[in-house]
Structures are given as structure tokens and as C-alpha cells.
Design a protein around this ligand. Sequence first.
Ligand SMILES: Cc1ncc(COP(=O)(O)O)c(C=O)c1O
Length: 338
Amino acid sequence: MSDPFSAFPRFPLAHLPTPLGEMKRLRAALGPACPPLFIKRDDCTGLAGGGNKTRKLEFLIGEAIAEGCDTIVTTGALQSNHARQTAAAANAAGLRATLVLMDMVPYEGGAYRRSGNRLLDDILGADVKIIPPGADAGAFFKQTMAEIEAGGRKAYFTPAGGSTVTGSLGYAAAYVEIADELAARGLAGARLVHASSSGGTQAGLVAGRALRPGGPAVHGINVYRLDADKMEADIGKLAATTAERLGVATPPADAIVLEHGFVGPRYGVPTPEMIEAVELVARTEGILLDPVYTGKGMAGFLSLIRRGDFAQDGALVFLHTGGMPGLFAYEGEFLRKI
Ligand SMILES: Cc1ncc(COP(=O)(O)O)c(C=O)c1O
């Protein structure tokens, strides 16, 4: 069968395939009813700290280069992993990166404004612009784009999380990688669970299932949005347009499965369940999650396991989507002794 992804411009950035490990000690800590647990290490994609955005950026940077652009513009929160990965990807491709960051998370603890991803953005040499409080974000973007063009450069804009159809192709390709690995290890019936936010990861995985119909069911844990119904509809639309781009069947409406109780008061604001999940996985498996995405995603995963929701599902695979630099921004939540 020909490679369905070869039709799209792609700039190689990720170390693939990422490892697929077993979490025997976490399973033991969860008791005898816990199904076999695995972890797909997309935190190990290799680009400046790794994470899920690397797979999306292979296609986004590929498209930017194909369109003759020399500057990538993106946006996100001050601790955006996507922004940090975009800065690194642009460097690797010989492009420039402008990061328009939003001071949108009501979190004052730790080193939120000066460490973690924000620090790495500066080390990577990105042009960082922070939207001033109360400013009109739309006007700020327009001005940024105009400045880039006035400087004789051509900008490629990618929204928060890189969650466009082009970015989602990265996770449709990831789905094929994961489904093939699981099948080779006799785990075809496993369920794949991951943190879902701007939706490109989930949309891509769900669209990719048409290429491997016997592959794992996809289960997102919402770590971002407070409008549950709209989130499902938006991810469904993105999955449909991604499938269309790939020339495969539109995913059925019930393919978007999202669990909603784990955002806490707001995106980026720590929860006790997130802290428990980060510490438990670190202390049983030696694997570091992050406070904003995979920590809350794992909190949801653990809660569903403890509730017995997955009892009939066979093996479970947690997709580790990265974000570890964020731990340093939230040091106050984790530091026990000074
Ligand atoms: C570490 C991490 N995990 C998960 C996600 C969620 O991915 P998506 O935005 O594609 O839903 C993100 C998005 O920023 C992330 O940085």
C-alpha cells in the first residue's frame, strides 16, 4: 500500500517511532483490578524537549516551506509547549519564529512568567511578543503580521496548538505508527488515552483510524475547555476535514470520546489530582509528566481506572504528549524542601 502521507510536504523533525513502554509498577500501585498499562512516549520526539507538537510541526513547517514562507507565527499561553516547539522547529528548518503569547492563565505561583517554556523560548532566540493585558488581541496580531511583511518577510500563521488540518496530519500518521506497534505486540484491542486541548491530536488520531480500522479506540481527557459540547463538535469537524484531506472515510460522530471532569477551575490552574498523578507516575515509573496537560490527562486516566470504567477494555495505552518543561514554571506545587 502506498504511504498516504507522502502526498504532503513534510520537514523531518521527530525521532520516530517513539518508544512504547509498559508501566508495570504503576499498574501494581493501582491494585489487582488494573488492566495492563502501556505508555507511548511522544515526550521523546526529540526536538528541544520533545512533545506532541513535533509531529504536527513536521507537516506545518513542510507546508510553510512549500509556500515560500520564511517566518512562522504562532500563539499560545505564556507556558505554551507548542510555542517552544515551534521556535525549535523553525530554527531546525532555517526559518524565523514569532511567538505571540497570551497572559491568560490566572496562576501566580512558582516561576510561571520566567521559567519553563518561557525560558526556553528565549534560549531558542524566538521573537517573543506578549499581548499586553486588556489589549485587543486581534489588532495585536494584525500589527505583528504587518510588521513582518513590512520587513520584507513572508509569514506562515499557525493557531494555538498547531491544530489545523495540516497539523492534525501528524497525529493521523501517529495513529498508524501506534496501531501497527500494538498489533505487532498482540495488543490490537487496547484503548489509547491522551490529554486533549486544542484538539488537533485527537482529531488526527480519530481520522487516522480509517487507515487502521482494527486499531485502538481513542479516548481524550479534556484539560482545556469548559464548554464540553462545543469542544466535541469542534474536534469532530477537524477530524472530518483531516479525513477529507487524507481521502479516507469521515469518522462517525461517536468516534469523539472525551472525558470532562479534569480541567479543574481553569486551564493551567493546578489541581490536587494533577499533583497526585505527576508524583505517582514519577515515583513508580521514573517518568515525568507536566502540570498543564499530561498531569491532568493522567489524573483523568487514573480516575477512570480506579472507577473501573476500563475493566472490559484489555490493555490501556497512555499517550505521553510531553510538556515536562512546564514543571519548572510550577515549581511551587512540587518543591517539598528548601
Ligand atoms: C504537552 C501537551 N499535551 C497535550 C496537548 C494537547 O494537544 P492538542 O492541543 O492537540 O489537543 C498539548 C497542547 O498544547 C501539549 O502541549
